[in-house]
Ligand binder design. Structure first.
Ligand code: MN
Length: 201
């Protein structure tokens, strides 16, 4: 099986009170595990492909099952790493400068990201991406992501927010904006900065 469910880099209760323990545990052990297993099954035993980025960048060559589960595998793998119990606040350094240059201010960036996350109808993700050396905010439906050429938004994702109801319904019910507000308290800006620097290479 080429793809394995990654461990969370913190305990299930580490993001309390912002993200609750039961949601984190179900999200990881049921949802992300399901995408991972289904991706392996959809690729089949003969598959030699072990690079998820290559699969997503060439998603037109694959089945809908690979698209949905490969996206789910990649998106959650990124998501866990850009959260941290020591997160929140604002980015610093090169990323902070790039945000100011692309959006005018951190607050303007947050507003644009909040709108992308809140207005994504149904299930999907909001993203901060590097595209042509600049930062852009966008959103995608289902488990699509900006690495897929036909996702409707393109770039290298460096920050993502899951806005599927499974990510927030237990704690926030239908109040997606409250979930988005909670998210900002636990964003791991150190990791997002690393993702930014990697994407700019
Ligand atoms: Mn999810």
């Amino acid at each position: 099986m080429p793809f394995k469910l990654p461990d969370l880099p913190y305990a299930y209760d580490a993001l309390e009170p912002h993200f609750d323990t039961m949601t984190m545990e179900i999200h990881h052990t049921k949802h992300h595990a399901g995408y991972t297993n289904n991706l392996n099954n959809a690729l089949g035993e003969d598959s030699k492909e072990t690079c998820i980025n290559d699969i997503l960048k060439n998603i037109g060559n694959y089945s809908t099952a690979v698209r949905n589960n490969g996206g789910g595998y990649y998106n959650h793998k990124l998501f866990w790493t850009i959260l941290s119990p020591d997160g929140g606040g604002k980015p610093t350094g090169a990323l902070a400068k790039a945000i100011d240059q692309s959006f005018g201010s951190f607050e303007a960036f947050q507003k644009e990201f909040n709108t992308a996350a809140a207005t994504r109808f149904g299930s999907g993700w909001a993203w901060l991406c590097v595209k042509d050396g600049k930062l852009v905010v966008c959103s995608t439906p289902n488990q699509d992501n900006p690495l897929m050429p036909d996702a409707g938004c393109s770039g290298q994702p460096i920050l993502g927010l899951d806005v599927w109801e499974h990510a927030y319904y237990l704690k926030f019910q239908n109040r997606r904006p409250d979930y988005i507000s909670a998210f900002w308290h636990i964003v791991n800006w150190d990791q997002v900065s690393k993702n930014y620097e990697e994407a700019m290479k």
